[in-house]
Design a protein around this ligand. Structure first.
Ligand SMILES: Nc1ncnc2c1ncn2[C@@H]1O[C@H](COP(=O)(O)OP(=O)(O)O)[C@@H](O)[C@H]1O
Ligand SMILES: CC(=O)N[C@@H](CCC(=O)OP(=O)(O)O)C(=O)O
Length: 285
């Protein structure tokens, strides 16, 4: 690549840097996209770069595959209903250990190693994510939904130059833990902060019309089309909470929502700073 071409790439980013200067971008980093080390490093670098050009990235992470691996090792069986893990007390203990104790600290260390200052928080810290059981879903046990987000804590950190990294474990009225799908937490955090963008990183090129065909990406999906896609089974499993979270976020005042392929190196940079629209956008209407 010539020096001129390199400069052209930097200049292409200029309008986006200007547009998002001082704006909040919530990034959901899903367990399925946490595969190899170089990809993880690229995600950390993208987040740190966003911070240094004046945006306020806020990270919400998942870790479903790691939780499942740990439950397997301990001989605890696990199951999902519409993408949500059925969570009894023994499962909750492992969910919290893996998400808060392991994955959160790995991401914090990775961001710090790439030159940022990350602060790891579970939903219990500063009552960040107050949660309650999902009505009518008793079968899911300790799975919760977000009742309230302590935005002041997040804003205090971001304004002082820190990058908050949030685990999707909520706190109930009596200090009890709730397992919340990380997509739902990301959507609720983005809405509460009135974020400009919500970016969900996962392990597929976006919402696919045919899950077996990676070229069948739907680049824009309107809110009004979502139920039909879920009812006919095109969107299923782990993609359901993702799309629902985009819908809730848009209704909650978030500017744009994107589901992108975290297996593409520097997918966040491509999404935020270039003209290339990657992944799927869920839009109003
Ligand atoms: N229509 C669809 N398009 C793409 N992926 C889909 C679709 N329906 C279901 N999926 C599944 O959703 C998965 C992503 O959700 P999940 O595994 O929970 O990811 P993450 O850990 O990133 O939250 C994909 O790997 C895919 O198997
Ligand atoms: C209720 C529920 O399903 N909680 C999720 C929390 C982690 C998560 O959401 O991880 P991903 O983003 O990697 O899927 C779970 O137990 O797997």
């Amino acid at each position: 690549m010539t020096a001129c071409e390199k400069a052209a790439i930097l200049v292409e980013a200029l309008p986006y840097i200007k547009e998002f200067y001082g704006k909040t971008v919530v990034i959901k980093y899903g367990g399925s996209a946490m595969t190899d080390c170089s990809l993880k490093k690229a995600v950390m670098e993208d987040i740190v770069l966003m911070k240094y050009v004046g945006m306020h990235p806020v990270v919400v992470h998942g870790g479903g595959p790691d939780i499942t691996r740990m439950l397997d090792r301990l001989g605890i069986s696990t199951s999902f209903v519409n993408g949500l893990r059925v969570t009894d007390e023994a499962t909750m203990e492992i969910v919290e250990m893996v998400l808060v104790g392991k994955i959160n600290k790995e991401i914090v260390a990775g961001i710090n190693d790439s030159g940022g200052s990350a602060v790891g928080l579970s939903g219990k810290d500063g009552k960040l994510i107050r949660a309650e059981p999902i009505p009518g879903k008793e079968v899911l046990g300790l799975v919760g939904r977000v009742r309230d987000v302590n935005t002041e804590l997040i804003e205090t950190l971001t304004e002082r130059g820190y990058i908050p990294v949030i685990s999707p474990v909520g706190i109930g009225d009596h200090g009890e833990s709730y397992n919340i799908n990380a997509d739902h937490v990301a959507g609720a955090v983005a809405s509460a902060l009135k974020a400009d963008k919500l970016v969900l990183l996962t392990d597929v090129p976006g919402i696919l019309a045919d899950k077996k065909d990676p070229t069948s990406r739907i680049s824009r999906l309107r809110i009004s089309e979502v139920d039909e896609y879920i009812d006919c089974g095109i969107i299923e499993g782990g993609m359901i909470p993702k799309v629902e979270c985009c819908v809730d976020a848009l209704k909650g005042g978030v500017g744009r929502t994107h589901i992108i392929d975290g297996r593409v190196p520097h997918a966040i940079l491509l999404e935020v700073f270039t003209d290339e629209g990657i992944g799927s956008m869920v839009v109003k209407g």
